[in-house]
Design a binder for this molecule. Structure first.
Ligand code: PMP
Length: 421
């Protein structure tokens, strides 16, 4: 039999990312469960795309129903997209009343950057220095994972991301002011270089950077500096959005700020590729004037049916409330984990981070990897993040129940027990 990894490399080229070693070959999903090709069942503690549960029957039925009636490109009139935008923006406030539907988070962020540039007439962008916002040419310039060919562009300034254990500025209490000073410094540099400031883009829970659990109001000093420079703030809600945090529907509500532009994706269609950029009418107007934007598949009837069905399930099954309730229970169970390498355990709703360090207090990515692999061997899926990839990241589908939390915690403790420092 051909080695599937060799076949992937032959057909898709080298360096195609996979999770776990050896990688998993998943063939079926249901709720919080996944099955591999050998019939082994895994508890999904990691995937945020199947937001309302893998293959949720209401979403599957909505996709199938609409696919059997009509699917077209988006230059015909269709009520579905209008009804959905009305329903979506009805949950947002801050005058965020208009949306462009696209197909991926990367496209949503790409559109957001162009909106900010069109509305401000400036080019400069500020992002955090260990982030990921997507893979288009413009968006990839915000990422430090691989330097862009030709070097980093001058109109992008990366500032230190807030951190739970090594706060910007040195102290947790001073972190908000220090982060604000970083924004002010970056804005001044962009002004001096002649770019001006179009936007600051952040994930409001810094999900790809370590989930630092920041207080309400954290961004206030940063936004004062940003607005003084004429910049807009983009809230990339691709990870925290749609109720994952339990007590709030959107990540920007957790920090208590009013975004100018919001990007959505991943969980929005429960696995169907649908994403959106939401903004105020005057910013949308500037964008529509500056760019003749058209997206063949963005907001097509089937994608909209999927996204609409996701909102139905969140509401009818009380999944945001479930995220709050089961999230609190899960955090309690995780807090009881014992291992000398555990330096911090934190979470909000159904998003958790467990930070692992060595004897000197330095990040321990090897242990984080060992725990991730050991948990997978024990049929529980988690992953890792952080500047040094030393933080366990747990972010299950929203229908996570207390018994799933128990299994997750039990397997993590056994995994820790088999991986001494
Ligand atoms: N923004 C954030 C915060 C993300 O985590 C991701 C994907 N990991 C993206 C944008 C890009 O989304 P997509 O992969 O759908 O293009």
């Amino acid at each position: 039999m051909t080695d599937p990894l060799e076949r992937r490399a032959r057909l898709m080229g080298p360096n195609v990312p996979t999770f776990y070693d050896p990688p998993l070959h998943i063939v079926r999903g249901e709720g919080v469960w996944l099955w591999d090709a050998r019939g082994r069942r895994y508890l999904d503690g990691y995937n945020n795309v199947p937001h309302v549960g893998h293959c949720h029957p209401h979403v599957v039925a909505a996709i199938a129903r609409q696919a059997g009636v009509l699917n077209t490109h988006t230059r015909y009139m269709h009520d579905g997209v209008l009804d959905y935008i009305e329903r979506l923006t009805g949950r947002m406030g801050h005058g965020l009343d208009q949306a462009i539907m696209v197909c991926t988070g990367s496209e949503a962020v790409d559109v957001a950057l162009r909106m900010a540039q069109a509305a401000t007439g400036a080019r400069g962008l500020i992002a955090t220095d260990n982030t990921y916002h997507g893979n288009t040419t413009a968006v990839a310039q915000l990422s430090t994972r691989r330097p862009p060919v030709g070097g980093y562009p001058d109109h992008v300034r990366l500032i230190p991301a807030p951190d739970a254990r090594q706060p910007v500025g040195g102290t947790a209490d001073g972190q908000a002011a220090a982060f604000g000073a970083e924004v002010a410094r970056a804005a001044a540099e962009l002004e001096a270089a002649g770019h001006g400031v179009a936007a600051l883009i952040i994930c409001p829970i810094f999900a790809n950077e370590g989930l630092p659990c920041l207080p309400h109001g954290f961004l206030d000093p940063a936004l004062t500096a940003l607005r003084a420079a004429g910049g807009l703030v983009i809230s990339d809600e691709i990870q925290p959005g749609f109720g994952r945090l339990g007590d709030v529907f959107w990540g920007h509500e957790a920090l208590g700020f009013a975004p100018d532009i919001v990007t959505l994706g991943k969980s929005m269609g429960n696995g169907h590729p649908v994403a959106a950029t939401v903004t105020r009418p005057e910013i949308m107007g500037a964008f529509r004037e500056a760019f003749g934007y058209f997206n063949t598949f963005g907001g097509n009837p089937v994608s909209v049916a999927a996204a609409d069905a996701v909102l139905d399930v969140i509401e009818t099954e009380g999944l945001m409330e479930n995220a709050a309730r089961v999230g609190a229970y899960t955090l309690q169970r995780l807090n009881a984990l014992r291992h000398p390498a555990i330096a911090d355990i934190r979470g909000r709703g159904l998003a958790f981070a467990i930070e692992l360090v060595g004897e000197t207090g330095a990040p321990d990515p090897a242990l984080a990897n060992a725990i991730t692999e050991e948990a997978k061997r024990r049929c529980v899926l988690i992953n890792r993040i952080g500047r040094q990839m030393h933080i366990l990241k747990i972010r299950p589908p929203l229908p996570f129940a207390p018994e799933h939390a128990d299994r997750l915690a039990d397997v993590l403790q056994s995994s820790f027990d088999t991986c001494p420092r």
